[in-house]
Design a protein around this ligand. Structure first.
Ligand code: NAG
Ligand code: NAG
Ligand code: NAG
Ligand code: NAG
Ligand code: NAG
Ligand code: NAG
Ligand code: NAG
Ligand code: NAG
Ligand code: NAG
Ligand code: NAG
Ligand code: NAG
Length: 807
């Protein structure tokens, strides 16, 4: 192959990659915090799957459930193990399980799945126990964990299959659980185990192949003028009933039951009379099947109506890599259950049933409602008194017609790359007196993202790597009072502080990080945790919304480092930026450098190819970061290139071949002063020092091969920078009043021609394309076989079958 053809291929590839990046500019974490070996880690040799946690602030413990083991760890340092208890399957149980066709070492073990507090001394624990779920009581006393061996049947409380998702919750003495009740995993239930046990009907209209992810309690009876009851909310995904697709489609749901439910007298005996469910809407910017809920967190507010559920969604199709976070207010979910219309099944052909909006008369008391003052006035003091008409209605129609819309109309965060797995949210008081919801989101790739949505602008403060290996985060817990996060994975559990403000060394770093936990303290000139500031004696600054560094003291000028050049050698000048969102701009004798046959600018610095006498002078590296449309410009490094006095030492081959053949880093040709660099703003050593040779060769190769297409890319880059470097913009408008009228406003980047069109208001393409394309059509999308009018991003209100026929 000729050099020319190689170059054109590389050029084409680079252009392609560049265009792809331009068109899908999703949120990038501002900083990446690599794995640190000083994290507080807990693991025990030979024990795997650390995926159940119970925080006991009262005992100062974190209870950690793993495979066949439960640990009591110091909640302030989980590396300190206070006690442990092992609960292994018996050989007999393991054998039985293996006979039934399950994997002996993987499935026929006891995975601890349920850990709840019963009272101050006692906990309730369940394990899969080789496909034979079993529960027990556990106590912590005298520094010992002890299983009581009062074994109880665990069916319906804990899954059989360790790979199946489940959820459970202890409210008072009642255990609410959502899991499968049989060996095959084919009979899903939502169960309340108490002296009056209630469960769901085994009907596909109630639950159809569900994947349960989360449950929580909302005390809605508190100060309720209607005399309402407390509720338990459940999040899951299941096969859709309501769509007329040829293939199975999964949808995300929220369901709820009333705490005081006692079942019906004749109809729905020992079944929920208050089980209602609705679809959760979270529209991804790309046309896709509805995303699937993976985890939820309830950010509690003193006024329960202002509490908010944050939910993580991942794509249904493996073709997509875009995950999202959507938030739903408790009051909007409640409104749909309390006032929304129901869906009802209609037989359209002999065997085919469609679900349409029910427009007939709804019985009184309203089906699915908790017992409230109005019902009591009618002489109904508990659900046993409800009339058959109400109960029959809800037995056949547990699904609401309308979907629950996100609080902000669309996602709070859209992220491409490693899928998101778990979420917790902290409400942080900032110096401006406002509270900010900081999301911590676990990924499939061992990290957690720390993100905030500033008035519609998505911002990922940082991505922290918590484990050495790329394992999924399988559980995430937050202790807001201690400011600590606890994350579990297959190989261990890790504890990390919600923030480390001391990582930001300068005022600009501290402010541009836009971390609500951190503020710049003027007298000590340090980035400090807001919580550690004493209100009277400290002068501290934050600028979360605007990232305005105007009040930062002028930083000292960066002292230039002397570098001696040997003619005809390559010279590398390192310049480490503090932000993934920043870009390096190099200045030399009054002009801004760009990559060309002489210079190659890469992420770690500047490469001067075949330096000569004319290259002596002052080189300055500025970090230019775009924040909210403004440019921040800081000098990160400065070098003075001097000519070596005397003859050049090395007079061998040409530098290019030398470098490409050499395993030595390029800067070995630079003067020793460079390595001795230790400035205040210390530019970290270039990548080539940690990985000599490999990177260098690659970079030089890229440098040379890319020169041809740089001019072309320059044009594209110019267009790109005219566009948008920020993440997604969402309108924050009146969310509750008019949820359907979303005037979501996305920033634009130049449109590209696209055959994909989206339909409906919530099908925007954040950070990627323009708003004009708004109708989905599946042409050319081989995977989908839907009716052409089918819309994926916004599935209702779209003339599916909403023909409003009277039923
Ligand atoms: C437990 O950990 C092992 C080892 O990484 C993994 O292969 C397995 O899938 C995990 N099991 C569950 C149920 O998560
Ligand atoms: C946490 O505990 C471990 C084990 O005792 C200890 O090595 C480590 O120094 C402790 N870390 C802190 C921050 O106290
Ligand atoms: C805690 O609950 C257990 C199990 O229900 C019970 O045996 C024990 O007496 C209770 N302890 C206290 C202090 O209430
Ligand atoms: C269930 O137990 C509670 C207290 O433990 C009691 O008040 C209630 O009457 C019991 N209900 C039934 C149906 O037995
Ligand atoms: C409901 O409770 C009220 C007061 O608690 C009582 O007067 C009434 O008889 C009860 N009704 C029924 C049907 O039990
Ligand atoms: C996962 O992390 C590894 C390194 O930790 C990285 O090389 C890989 O690209 C990441 N994968 C994704 C999908 O982000
Ligand atoms: C916080 O960051 C600083 C600077 O990187 C580091 O030295 C320190 O160990 C970190 N603290 C914790 C608790 O991780
Ligand atoms: C911050 O401190 C510097 C010097 O330490 C001082 O000049 C400046 O006025 C202070 N800024 C404010 C707003 O107090
Ligand atoms: C760098 O070189 C300049 C000019 O030769 C000289 O004035 C200066 O002192 C040198 N600086 C250092 C830190 O060596
Ligand atoms: C950054 O600021 C300096 C002076 O403050 C200016 O000379 C330089 O041109 C600026 N760089 C860029 C890239 O705007
Ligand atoms: C290194 O140089 C030698 C001789 O100049 C050449 O034969 C060899 O192919 C080169 N290796 C690489 C990897 O370029």
């Amino acid at each position: 192959m000729s050099l020319l053809s190689v170059q054109s291929i590389v050029c084409g590839l680079m252009l392609y990659v560049f265009c792809v990046t331009v068109n899908t500019h999703y949120c990038v974490p501002r900083q990446t915090v690599p794995y640190q070996s000083n994290l507080k880690l807990f693991k025990e040799e030979g024990i795997l799957n650390y995926s159940t946690m119970l925080m006991r602030d009262d005992l100062g413990l974190l209870l950690l459930g793993a495979r066949e083991a439960i640990y009591a760890l110091d909640i302030d340092n989980i590396s300190i193990r206070k006690a442990a208890v092992y609960w292994r399957v018996t050989e007999k149980k393991q054998r039985e399980c293996t006979y039934k066709g399950k994997h002996s070492e993987m499935e026929c073990r006891n995975y601890i799945r349920t850990l709840h507090k019963v009272n101050d001394t006692t906990m309730y624990v369940c394990g899969t126990n080789a496909f034979n779920p079993t529960c027990d009581y556990m106590t912590f006393g005298n520094g010992q964990l002890r299983l009581e061996r009062k074994l109880e049947e665990g069916k319906g409380k804990c899954p059989f299959d360790p790979f199946q998702r489940y959820s459970s919750l202890m409210v008072g003495n009642d255990l609410y659980s959502a899991t499968s009740i049989n060996f095959l995993g084919s009979e899903p239930v939502v169960l309340r185990s108490s002296n009056l046990t209630l469960r769901t009907e085994f009907k596909s209209s109630w639950l159809s192949g569900p994947n349960f992810v989360y449950m929580d309690f909302v005390g809605e009876s508190f100060n309720s003028p209607e005399g309402d009851d407390d509720k338990v909310y459940l999040f899951f995904s299941e096969n859709a009933l309501e769509y007329d697709f040829y293939r199975k489609v999964t949808v995300s749901r929220v369901a709820r039951v009333c705490k005081g439910d006692m079942g019906g007298q004749r109809t729905l005996q020992r079944k929920w009379t208050s089980f209602l469910k609705a679809r959760l809407d979270c529209s991804l910017p790309e046309p896709s099947l509805p995303p699937i809920v993976q985890d939820v967190f309830l950010l509690k507010h003193n006024d329960w109506a202002k509490s908010v559920f944050y939910a993580v969604f991942t794509p249904q199709s493996s073709l997509s890599q875009v995950s999202a976070v959507c938030a739903y207010s408790v009051s909007s979910i409640r409104d749909i259950f309390n006032e929304g219309k129901f869906k009802t099944p209609v037989a359209v052909e002999t065997s085919h049933v469609k679900w349409v909006m029910y427009t007939g008369e709804v019985p009184v008391p309203r089906p699915g409602a908790c017992i409230n003052n109005a019902a009591r006035k009618m002489g109904m003091n508990h659900s046993l008194d409800l009339p058959d008409k109400t109960l029959q209605f809800i037995r056949d129609r547990p699904l609401m017609d309308e979907a629950v819309r996100p609080l902000t109309g669309g996602p709070l965060l859209v992220k491409k790359g490693a899928l998101l797995t778990r979420i917790v949210v902290d409400s942080v008081s900032a110096l401006d007196g406002k509270k900010y919801s900081v999301m911590f989101i676990g990924t499939e790739n061992n990290s957690i993202l720390k993100a905030v949505n500033y008035d519609g602008e998505m911002f990922i403060i940082e991505e922290m790597q918590l484990f050495e290996k790329p394992v999924p985060i399988s559980i995430l817990r937050l202790s807001s009072s201690k400011g600590q996060l606890y994350a579990g994975s297959e190989f261990g559990a890790v504890q990390v502080a919600v923030s480390n403000c001391s990582r930001h060394k300068t005022c600009e770093d501290c402010i541009l990080a836009r971390d609500p936990y951190c503020a710049w303290e003027n007298y000590s000139s340090q980035c400090l945790s807001v919580r550690s500031l004493s209100p009277s004696s400290n002068v501290a600054f934050q600028s979360l919304q605007d990232a305005d560094v105007a009040f930062c003291p002028l930083s000292d000028p960066v002292a230039a480092v002397n570098v001696t050049l040997a003619p005809d050698n390559n010279i590398q000048l390192p310049c480490q930026l503090h932000s993934n969102l920043a870009e390096a701009r190099w200045r030399f004798s009054g002009r801004v450098l760009s990559s060309n046959s002489k210079y190659y600018i890469y992420s770690g610095g500047l490469l001067i190819l075949r330096a000569s006498e004319s290259d002596t002078g002052l080189y300055i590296c500025d970090s230019v970061e775009q924040v909210k449309g403004k440019e921040y410009n800081r000098t990160m490094a400065a070098y003075r290139l001097l000519l070596r006095s005397g003859p050049a030492v090395k007079d061998s081959t040409t530098p290019n071949t030398e470098v490409m053949n050499s395993t030595e880093p390029i800067h070995s040709t630079a003067a020793p002063e460079l390595q001795a660099t230790s400035e205040d703003n210390n530019p970290k050593p270039p990548e080539t020092q940690s990985d000599p040779g490999k990177v260098t060769r690659l970079e030089v190769a890229v440098a040379l091969l890319s020169l041809l297409c740089l001019s072309l890319m320059g044009v594209i880059f110019w267009i790109w920078t005219r566009g948008n470097l920020e993440c997604l913009k969402l309108s924050h408008g009146s969310s509750s009043s008019e949820p359907k009228q979303q005037s979501a406003e996305y920033s634009h980047i130049p449109s590209r021609t696209s055959e994909i069109k989206l339909l409906g208001p919530e099908s925007q393409r954040p950070c990627s394309a323009n708003n004009n394309h708004t109708v989905v059509d599946f042409k050319g999308n081989g995977e989908n076989h839907f009716t052409p009018m089918a819309n994926i991003s916004s599935l209702d209100g779209l003339g599916f079958i909403n023909d409003e026929s009277e039923i």
